[in-house]
Design a protein around this ligand. Structure first.
Ligand code: ADP
Ligand code: SF4
Length: 692
């Protein structure tokens, strides 16, 4: 298929100082949880983006010097020859596919306690560590500023030596340079503080010195915030930032613009929709002739074209859409719009950075696996035999297994008890704010429906006898899990002895099936992610008084890993949910619940007509066990039919997030009929060593 001419504008080359991007698709700097620790994995990940058509592919935040160290979060670094060698792996792969490679030079300031290097962190003044590590920075004196400028210049030269095409001055996200810019943090009385001109001085010097050092070959980009505040509600407070951008307007070769509120800039889809930075971006292009890029979780080519044609941006910036679909540009170019694997805005990729582990993606199970498992997001080995695979359950695990097995050419029979596909995804995407999660189902269903080698049997609840009667070569059980109603979980390690009557105790499965309590309700959240909070929203929407009780010191504490905890907390307060932290449900008798203080053990009664327990799930693995039993019986009786394998995956093996189920389905499909060493399933990446 060929490209729709409406999208031609997205494929125009754009000049950035001394270099030219082949199109307008720009992978802005984003974390991977790989950084300097996993150079081959990160190089292959970035290279894959270039192969997928991204005209510019950038690193993550890249430290210029050991005085800016963020471990345990694995940042990139450009400190020495070893780093140059590691980054060269990336630039080579990006160039191989015609992309430009960008390095985001980073100085952490008060965000870095330098726990790895033990260097004293420096910032505009002596200030507390922003991550609440009990360290303070040293206020930079003139010699520190001179040293910083030298380090930045030398890192830029190393970036050039590593063959980067774009080098950043990174002046936002509350790191050192933004602290110099802001009147809220900059109290200096020398030429780097006070007036706007003085506060902008260091950024100006770094832009000029970077241009001087590498500007003959590399473009110099500036990452900058369009605003200086706001309440996270999408109403920007531009403040002095317009004036600052005006002052520097023509100095850099490119403006990479984002916003002050990180939880909005990369907000989850529950709270923030596509192209949500437009209100912030409205003035930027009117005050500079240099190309401008911003993000907005763009997955729709029509939205992208509209952004360009209306003069909001010159480049379509993306982090998450490029993770969910590294081939997004290629698919638009080749007229394969319906094959785009759209980001669902769940921010599970960001957990990699939060937890300092390689990133995962709900939509793209191959991300981070390009090098160590050799997985390509668009290519898969042809089938290894003429086997038929029976997949039972069409949740994210079963659907992804079916899609990938179908792609390999296997004959797949997909049986589903419900009248529709999608399992938990179809249920959960009905909950407030989660509609985009349906993309997990839709992307896979669209593919599967086109496959002549996949047969779908809806409304087919399979018994063990039914399974055996199909005589499939391989049986894959992906039957999911059910929420528990007995209060057992992390806090109560055993089921509660007093919890009932059963018709007044609900689980998320009940709520999603439309079985709701009507009177005052206590939600006990020992799951700590999104589920309890969306259920609270459902109930408040019906006018039900809700008290949310959690043993943690904040609601939805895991939401900190996906950058949505504050938004969830705000939403619950806005809709009138009473929040009780550091307490756990210990009994309920139909009229009164008792909650226990986790610190003192003191009991507190609460009168409620219903309780919703959001604690843990039970794997729905009865079918697996019954089929296992049948197979054993067949062996005993020497029946003709014996499947080659019986496997369970996803929530019915071990309940987890949707991304884990998708990964399990993908891995099953990849590994079928291949030799996998169960003790050594992948290659292990390690840092390069250089002689000192
Ligand atoms: P996962 O997240 O592991 O993919 P889900 O709970 O999302 O699991 O999906 C499991 C799916 O399996 C559900 O759609 C459910 O209807 C289906 N299912 C469960 N038991 C059977 C069965 N015996 N026969 C057919 N489908 C089943
Ligand atoms: Fe998008 Fe979620 Fe994948 Fe991140 S993990 S890229 S938010 S789908």
């Amino acid at each position: 298929m060929s490209r729709d001419p409406r999208y031609d504008v997205l494929f125009e080359p754009v000049k950035i100082g001394p270099v030219t991007a082949k199109n307008r698709f720009y992978q802005v700097p984003h974390c991977t949880g790989l950084g300097w620790l996993r150079p081959r994995m990160v190089a292959a990940l970035r290279g894959m983006k270039a192969e997928g058509g991204w005209g510019v592919v950038c690193t993550e935040y890249c430290s210029i010097h050991p005085a800016s160290d963020d471990l345990p979060h694995p940042y990139a670094s450009l400190w020495d020859q070893g780093d140059i060698k590691a980054h060269s792996l990336m630039t080579e792969q990006v160039h191989e596919h015609g992309g430009l490679a960008g390095a985001e030079l980073w100085v952490g300031g008060s965000s870095s306690a330098n726990l790895f290097t033990n260097e004293v962190a420096m910032d505009v003044s002596s200030m507390p560590n922003a991550s609440r590590i009990p360290y303070q920075t040293r206020a930079m004196d003139k010699s520190d500023i001179r040293a910083l400028r030298r380090w930045h210049r030398e890192a830029a030269l190393r970036a050039k030596a590593a063959d980067f095409d774009i080098v950043y001055v990174y002046a936002t996200h509350h790191y050192l340079l933004s602290n110099f810019l802001s009147s809220k943090t900059n109290n200096r009385t020398d030429e780097y503080g006070g007036s706007l001109e003085n506060r902008v001085r260091l950024v100006r010097e770094l832009i000029e010195e970077t241009k001087d050092a590498v500007g003959d070959k590399c473009a110099v980009a500036v990452r900058f915030s369009a605003d200086e505040g706001g309440e996270g509600n999408g109403n920007p407070i531009i403040g002095e930032h317009r004036e600052m951008i005006e002052m520097l307007g023509e100095l850099p070769d490119l403006w990479d613009i984002n916003i002050n509120d990180y939880s909005r800039e990369m907000g989850v889809s529950r709270f923030v929709k596509e192209a949500s930075l437009e209100a912030y971006m409205s003035y930027v292009k009117s005050i500079t002739t240099k190309p401008v890029v911003t993000v907005g979780r763009f997955t729709s080519p029509d939205t992208m074209v509209s952004q360009i044609n209306r003069g909001i941006v010159d480049f379509i910036g993306a982090a998450r859409p490029s993770i969910a679909d590294p081939f997004l540009p290629k698919k638009i170019e080749e007229g394969r719009i319906d094959e785009i694997r759209e980001c669902i805005g769940c921010n599970n990729c960001y957990v990699g950075d939060s937890k300092s582990t390689p990133l995962r993606c709900t939509q793209n199970p191959t991300i981070g696996e390009e090098w160590r498992r050799g997985w390509h997001p668009e290519k898969i080995e042809p089938k290894g035999s003429d086997s038929t695979v029976l997949v039972i359950g069409s949740g994210p695990a079963g659907l992804e297994a079916t899609r990938s097995l179908g792609n390999r050419g296997y004959n797949v029979l997909l049986a589903e008890a419900d009248s529709h596909l999608g399992g938990r995804v179809s249920r959960e995407c009905q909950l407030p704010g989660l509609s985009e999660w349906g993309r997990v189902r839709d992307y896979r269903t669209n593919q599967i429906l086109k496959m002549p080698n996949v047969d779908i049997y809806l409304e087919n609840r399979m018994s063990a006898d039914d399974v055996m009667a199909m005589e499939a070569d391989h049986i894959l059980i992906a039957t999911g899990a059910k929420w528990k109603a007995d209060g057992q979980g992390n806090y109560n390690t055993q089921p509660l002895t007093e919890i009932g009557p059963t018709n007044q105790v609900y689980t998320p499965d009940d709520i999603m099936a439309g079985n709701l309590p009507s009177g005052p309700t206590l939600i006990f959240d020992d799951d700590h992610y999104y589920m309890a909070s969306v259920i609270a929203e459902v109930l408040r929407d019906k006018g039900t008084p809700v008290t949310l009780v959690t043993p943690e010191s904040m609601v939805s504490s895991w939401g900190n890993m996906t950058s949505e905890q504050a938004q969830i907390n705000r939403r619950l307060l806005e809709v009138g949910v009473e929040i009780i932290t550091a307490h756990a449900l210990v009994s309920y008798n139909g009229t009164e619940a008792h909650i226990e203080c986790k610190y003192t053990g003191k009991l507190k009664p609460i009168r409620v007509e219903g309780v919703v327990t959001v604690t843990m799930r039970t794997p729905d693995d009865d079918l697996f066990r019954e089929v296992e039993q049948k197979i054993a019986e067949c062996l005993d009786t020497q029946e003709d039919y014996q499947p080659k394998s019986l496997t369970r995956i996803g929530d019915c093996e071990a309940p987890a997030i949707i991304a884990a189920a998708v990964f399990a389905g993908h891995r099953y499909a990849r590994e079928l009929d291949t030799e996998v060493d169960p003790d050594n399933r992948m290659k292990y990446d390690r840092v390069f060593y250089e002689d000192a």
